[in-house]
Design a protein around this ligand. Sequence first.
Ligand SMILES: Cc1ncc(COP(=O)(O)O)c(C=O)c1O
Length: 322
Amino acid sequence: MAQLRSAISVPGRSGIVADLEDALQDYFGVRHAVAVSSGTAQPRRHVTHLWGRPVAMLVIKGIAKTHNLLLLEDGSHAHGASHGGKKVGTFGMAGAFSLNSPNPLSGGEGGFVLTDDDETYDQLLMFGHYNKRARSEIPAEHRLGKYAVTGSGLKLRIHPLAAAIAHDQLGRLDGYLVGRAEIARYLTEEFARIPGLEVIPMPEGVVPSWYGLTLTYRPQELGGLSVERFHQALVAEGAVEFDRPGSTCPLSQLPLYQSPAILFPGRPHAHRRYRAGDFPVAEHTHAHTIKLPVWHREQDRPPAEQYIRAAIKVSDHHKELL
Ligand SMILES: Cc1ncc(COP(=O)(O)O)c(C=O)c1O
């Protein structure tokens, strides 16, 4: 309500947008945070910390260094997750985050980019914050200064009410993460005992945000029962939040990458074709993953217990489902 009375449009780095960016800079320990209108508004190719589980960043950093690649992270599922004490989104040249719900930190809609690199910061302002903000922050004599009025032609500002919600939520984020870790610990201990399900181990030093808990389905432990049948039975038991990843499939399976020519006419990569079987490990992982959201409140424990009971029942009765 205070935000509604003060401003519902914030064109420069001031008010609630500056408050949110300052708070994000403090929380992540970076020099720059730029709030934007959504996660989709940010860079397109990343290392995504899927389901809030940090990617093996030291390995990825090594690959990027060897091949002289720019490392950009997508931490949209993983606000507050860390690897070796360092928060995800701070390993590469820049880290992009969504503030969409139900991500660990949300403003309803919105996003932000983190960077320690001043040049990248200026480019970000040019990319999505033309005119007032770009003009006030990029000196006229800077090589980008003359573009400040138009930038690249895009305006990707966060809505101030979304910034106000995200700013409030940021103060609660670590508490939410502690609650999620507690429920995730209970769930993983219980799932580890259930034939047909395998818990993915968490390496030393990796602290996930538990956006989702992913399990590997092992049909060989249940007489070859298909993952489709196993999942349907869980849902039939009322455990409706058990889910199989859909859009989060290997990128090679998406029409955008299989036949992009219609969307990007004239682009060289538009003729690239991927086929089923090109990435067997990723495809197998995708086909055998079952996931659950992780909740953070003490009162979320009874539903978690019900979900465990459903999984035990389906596993115990697998012969009847074959
Ligand atoms: C990993 C990841 N990155 C980026 C996005 C896009 O974010 P937004 O929905 O804020 O545009 C999403 C979707 O929520 C996502 O799951």
